[in-house]
Each structure stands twice: as structure tokens, then as C-alpha cells.
Design a binder for this molecule. Structure first.
Ligand code: PLP
Length: 380
């Protein structure tokens, strides 16, 4: 008899199987094969093609953004978003320590320095109070630019992340960023289909980045998307992700060092089909989350639900165990029984490359780090 037999039995019943249950498996229930096959027949499988344009339109429409620019992956979308928000070498970017490594990698690619501000325990996103406190103590606006007095570097962006599809308290973050004149870029990689109040995540900042990696709510194999309402930024995003080539019927010329970050048409074909079934996925995921919610209601394990104004996509369900010991026992028992579970990430402030970064008190992030575990969340 294990301590978590009831949880394991419940997850197996929900997924209607005794076989191994992954954390999150992709689902292809729509026109995926049809569109990919059309794409192959057309021979336009690479960086030019109708599916890329169509996929961009679908995502723009779905999120309520004016513009969407498809990229090879979410990390590339973040990298370009940071460049376009004005981050350059030697600048600082404030983000949360409780995130996937890609957020910090994108900052580092530019030669910028991450600064870690604690998360909110309920939203799992950047804490408004902690951000405000950090800036009050350390920031100074000079000539419309925000400087960190302790390092004398520019603070050039704030990057909250909508963890597991729960939205950060984004209204509050927007207000603080406006006060200090810092561009806000949203790492919305996990939050396609998530809203804050009535507005889609990723659309609050000057730029937002989504991911369509195989483990995300919809997938293009690999892929990402930049969204923005700013026409100039959108044009720049398209330009810099397509080698900064100056448009001409045959001549080659480039006006800056660009990137080969454009999403291939064959990936976009998959994306077009996945966007068609996204509403169904969201319904199924909400149902699954509701089942988990009632199951954990009177248990000593807390089921995470995000903050009040968050309308999540329920991408990855998560529970909070009472201690690190219980967390470890839970991970051991569930994985032993073929129910895949994973702890939340090791804090970025403790990862070797970023351990010398400036940081606030990280009590909430540390508390969550030692207790939060993701449980199986595929569309069933
Ligand atoms: C998945 C993810 C990314 C990066 O996306 P890729 O498409 O894998 O490059 C960035 N940030 C977060 C928080 C993610 O979960």
C-alpha cells in the first residue's frame, strides 16, 4: 500500500488506462494529415508558403492581436521579442526565477543579464508587489530610461511568464512597468487559450511569445509565435526572422544581421489544423481540471487554480504537496506506477549560468519549488 494509491487509481480511471500515462501527449484529431499532405504535394514545405500566413492569421484572430509572426520555436520568438523591445548587450531584464530555462536563455543570447524577482504564490507569475518593491529600492528613471542604481545598467524589459497557463497578475505588472518606463514582454509560451479577465495572455505587453513545442497545448512539431499590436514592431519581427532580406524579385541584399527563425510551411500546416481543434482541447482540459479539482477538494494535497482574474487554459495541472519529503514520495510512487509526474523547475537563480544574477528575496518561488508537481494533463 502506497500513500498515494488513491491518486494513482484516480488518474488511471480518468485516463481510462492501466498503461503508462504521460504528462502531456500531443493529439491529432483534425485535419493534420490532410494539411501536411497538401503541403508536401505543393512542394512548399520550407520557409515560404500559404500555411504560414494562414496560421499567423488564425493565431492573431484567436488571441485578439493585430499581428502574429511565426517562428521556428518559442525561444526564438522570445529572443526576437526582447531585441525588438530594445534590449541590447549589457542591459538587464527582470524575470521570474520560477520558469523554464528558455526565458533566461533568450535574455542571455543578447548578452543581457537576468534579474530575478519573486513570483506570487497564487498566480505563479511575477509578483506585482515584489516588482514594485525592487524597483522602488533600485531603479531610477533618467531621460525616460530606467536604470538599476546598484549596477548602473539599463533595465530594458520585464518578462513575466504565465506559468502552466495560469495568467500572471498582468494588470498590476503593466501599471508598474508604465510607471518606470520599462517595456513589458510576455513569455506566453504555455498560455495559448488563457485569459486575464477577458483578454488573452500575451497581448498586454508590447510583445508576447508563444510556443508550439510538442508538449504545449497545441503543437507544430517545433514552433513559436510573436504577437503584437504595433505595426512597426510586427514588420521588424518579420524582417529580422527572415534573414533581414530586402524584398526584391531576384537581388540579394540584407540591411542588418538577421536570423533564420521563420517557421517552415510544413510545421505551419500542422498548426493550422491544431488551431481548428484548440477550442475542443480547451473544453476537454477544463473538464479534466474540474475532475481533479473535486477529487483533491478534501485531500491534504492542494490542487493549483491560479489567481482570481486568471482564466487558464489548463495546459498542465499541478498540485502542491506539504513538504519536500512528501513531494519526493509522491514523485516516486506515481512514476513507479506508470503515472508520469514531474516537479516544477529548479529555480533559475540556482542554475549554474545564472546563479550570480541579482535577485530579490525569493521565498515564494522557493516554497513552490519544493512542493509543486505536475500531474498528467493530456486531452482525453
Ligand atoms: C516551452 C517554453 C518556452 C520555449 O519554447 P520552445 O518552443 O521550446 O523554444 C519558453 N518559455 C516557457 C516558459 C516555456 O514553457
Amino acid at each position: 500500500m502506497g500513500k498515494y494509491d488513491d491518486v494513482i487509481a484516480f488518474v488511471k480511471k480518468l485516463h481510462n488506462t492501466e498503461d503508462f500515462i504521460p504528462l502531456h501527449a500531443p493529439k491529432f484529431i483534425g485535419n493534420e494529415k490532410k494539411y501536411v499532405s497538401e503541403c508536401i504535394d505543393s512542394t512548399f514545405v520550407s520557409s515560404v508558403g500559404a500555411f504560414v500566413d494562414k496560421f499567423e492569421k488564425q493565431v492573431a484572430e484567436f488571441t485578439g492581436s493585430k499581428y502574429a509572426i511565426a517562428t521556428v520555436n518559442g525561444t526564438a520568438a522570445l529572443h526576437i521579442s526582447l531585441i525588438l523591445s530594445g534590449v541590447s548587450k549589457g542591459d538587464e531584464v527582470i524575470t521570474q526565477p520560477l520558469t523554464f530555462i528558455a526565458t533566461c536563455n533568450a535574455i542571455n543570447y543578447i548578452g543581457a543579464h537576468p534579474v530575478f524577482v519573486d513570483v506570487d504564490k497564487k498566480s505563479l507569475g511575477l509578483s506585482v508587489e515584489k516588482l514594485e518593491g525592487f524597483l522602488r529600492r533600485n531603479a531610477e528613471v533618467r531621460n525616460n530610461e530606467c536604470f538599476n542604481k546598484s549596477t548602473n545598467r539599463r533595465i530594458k524589459a520585464v518578462v513575466p511568464m504565465h506559468t502552466f497557463g495560469f495568467s500572471a497578475d498582468i494588470d498590476g505588472l503593466v501599471a508598474v512597468c508604465e510607471k518606470y518606463n520599462i517595456p513589458l514582454v510576455e513569455d506566453a509560451a504555455e498560455s495559448l487559450g488563457s485569459y486575464y479577465k477577458d483578454r488573452h495572455t500575451g497581448t498586454f505587453g508590447c510583445l508576447g511569445a508563444f510556443s508550439f513545442n510538442g508538449n504545449k497545448i497545441i503543437t507544430t512539431g517545433g514552433g513559436g509565435m510573436i504577437v503584437t499590436d504595433d505595426e512597426i514592431l510586427a514588420k521588424k519581427a518579420k524582417h529580422i526572422t527572415t534573414t533581414a532580406k530586402i524584398s526584391h524579385p531576384w537581388e540579394y541584399d540584407h540591411d542588418m544581421v538577421g536570423y533564420n527563425y521563420r517557421m517552415p510551411n510544413i510545421n505551419a500546416a500542422l498548426g493550422c489544423a491544431q488551431m481548428e481543434v484548440l477550442p475542443e482541447f480547451l473544453k476537454s482540459k477544463k473538464q479534466l481540471a474540474d475532475e481533479y479539482k473535486s477529487f483533491f477538494k478534501n485531500k491534504s494535497i492542494q490542487f493549483l487554480q491560479g489567481s482570481q482574474d486568471s482564466v487558464p487554459n489548463h495546459w498542465l495541472n499541478a498540485v502542491v504537496l506539504n513538504s519536500l519529503e512528501e513531494r519526493n514520495k509522491f514523485l516516486q510512487e506515481t512514476n513507479d506506477q506508470g503515472v508520469m509526474t514531474r516537479p516544477i523547475w529548479k529555480l533559475m537563480s540556482r542554475v549554474k549560468m545564472f546563479q550570480n544574477a541579482q535577485k530579490t528575496n525569493l521565498e515564494n518561488s522557493e516554497w513552490l519549488e519544493s512542493r509543486v508537481v505536475n500531474i498528467p494533463s493530456s486531452v482525453v
